[in-house]
Design a protein around this ligand. Structure first.
Ligand SMILES: O=C(O)[C@@H](CO)OP(=O)(O)O
Length: 228
């Protein structure tokens, strides 16, 4: 039965600096690269052999995929990149320091912006230095001004259904390298987590999460590869 393996990218420069990141394209740190390498070593040790990979179009997820695959001796793996696996768009919070934002707006408001199901952060202003709409990778795509988790789910799931499910149906093991909130979107769907309970789910960086899919593609329990 096919396996689905999910990895959140290794620590990014803005994870380290504690800044809201979203669609802004930051790289992994040295620690993040080491996390990706360790994830690859673990997958190799546990006999994980994906037949296809998927990532977002963001450097931190792509690098994590490549570093892990290199460690597995599988840099040849066909990998598809798609913006629908991007991190949730952080709107007007992009680039701000998370602690300074808490000091200014209060813990509760920041928690709502970060973890509520359907409250989006404030929209990104026109002319923001963190605007990505003119980046060539988003040509022809309506770049959002901000996204809630619900908005993120609404663009992750169509891609999951149209591009990824068919590969699992064909019996292929699939590796996805993505982001804290695009993976929360997917895990919410796969594990049937309620709108309320998803607010408490955190996905750590660089830790492969596995679903063993049943014959009818019902996802089994999810588990950390390190614990198996
Ligand atoms: O800044 C971000 O884009 C995300 C992921 O690092 O942060 P948060 O934990 O607030 O969802």
């Amino acid at each position: 039965m096919p396996k689905l393996i999910l990895i959140r990218h290794g620590q990014s420069q803005w994870n380290l600096e504690n800044r809201f990141t979203g669609w802004w394209d930051v790289d992994v740190t040295e620690k993040g690269a080491a996390e990706a390498k360790a994830a690859g070593a673990l997958m190799k040790e546990k006999g994980i052999h994906p037949a296809i990979g998927f990532t977002s179009v963001q450097t931190r997820a792509i690098k994590t995929m490549n570093i892990a695959l290199e460690e597995m001796g599988m840099l040849w793996l066909p990998v598809t990149k798609n913006w629908q696996l991007n991190e949730r768009h952080y709107g007007g919070l992009t680039g701000l320091d998370k602690q300074q934002t808490r000091d200014k707006h209060g813990d509760e408001q920041v928690h709502i912006w970060r973890r509520s199901f359907d409250v989006p952060p404030p929209p990104m202003e026109e002319g923001s230095p963190f605007e990505m709409a003119n980046d060539p990778r988003y040509a022809g795509i309506k770049v959002p001004r901000a996204e809630s988790l619900k908005d993120t789910i609404e663009r992750v799931l169509p891609y999951w259904e149209s591009a990824i499910v068919p590969e699992l149906k064909a019996g292929k093991d699939v590796l996805i390298s993505a982001h804290g909130n695009s993976l929360r979107a997917l895990v919410k769907h796969l594990s049937g987590i309620s709108d309320e309970d998803i607010t408490g789910l955190e996905i750590p960086t660089g830790q492969p999460i596995v679903y063993d899919m049943a014959g009818d593609l019902a996802p089994g329990e999810r588990y950390y590869l390190a614990d198996s």
